[in-house]
Design a protein. Structure first.
Length: 228
């Protein structure tokens, strides 16, 4: 299933996600730190949700607090959902248990995901912003996505050694339908730190290609372009 957005289904979904993920984060390609952060967001939203739920205590302030906590929870939940869904080390059984949709690859699909990983090229680094180009590995000079790719999912990592492309530790930057993209690294990442991205293509059914090998960049102290 997709992540629910209505309050009651989200409360049930998030409670299950928090319980399973906290009990054995490694089985879902998550870290203890990620689930600790998620637990704080989950607890804050549940408290705000329960406060705003009773008929006699509803107010604009309570509803606003609930909605603000919900937005924070959904943002991080979708990030972790993407990590689990793209991980090849999480079993289908565990994905189903925690509420991640499994695509049946044995059924006929008119458009399969690309068989090869994207070709990712670093274009430049300006301060904390790295610019990249995507290409079809079977036609590198073509500026279009593969015909069976709806877009690409981007993940990043800051540090000397990136995790395995199917492991935890990556930060989900989001999705793009373009063949160029940027990643802005947070202020907590010091200049000169090795930074990495890995990318997968996805098709209309949410099926993924293999992930590309991590592509390295270095953050700069000032706004000076770094050639790829």
């Amino acid at each position: 299933m997709a992540v629910p957005t209505l309050d009651a289904p989200l409360a049930e979904y998030s409670t299950n996600f928090q319980a399973l993920g906290s009990a054995a984060p490694g089985e879902f390609s998550l870290s203890v730190g990620q689930m600790a952060q998620y637990t704080v967001l989950h607890d804050n939203w549940m408290a705000a949700y329960n406060a705003a739920k009773p008929e006699g205590s509803r107010s604009r302030a309570l509803v606003r607090a609930k909605n603000d906590m919900k937005a924070l929870l959904l943002s991080y939940l979708r990030e972790l959902y993407g990590v689990i869904k793209t991980s090849q080390s999480v079993t289908n059984e565990n994905k189903t248990l925690i509420g991640v949709t499994i695509v049946d690859r044995n059924t006929s699909s008119p458009i399969r995901p690309p068989a090869q990983a994207p070709l990712v090229t670093l274009i430049s680094v300006i301060g904390r912003v790295a610019h990249y180009r995507l290409a079809d590995a079977t036609a590198p000079s073509n500026r279009r996505k593969p015909i069976n790719a709806e877009g690409a999912m981007i993940r990043s990592f800051a540090g000397a050694t990136p995790p395995a492309t199917d492991g935890f530790g990556w930060r989900v930057e989001g999705q793009t339908g373009r063949t160029t993209f940027t990643v802005t690294y947070p202020n907590s990442v010091a200049p000169g730190t090795p930074c990495w991205v890995t990318v997968v293509w996805y098709n209309r059914r949410g099926e993924y290609s293999p992930a590309c090998a991590p592509v390295q960049a270095y953050l700069q102290a000032g706004p000076v372009a770094q050639a790829a």
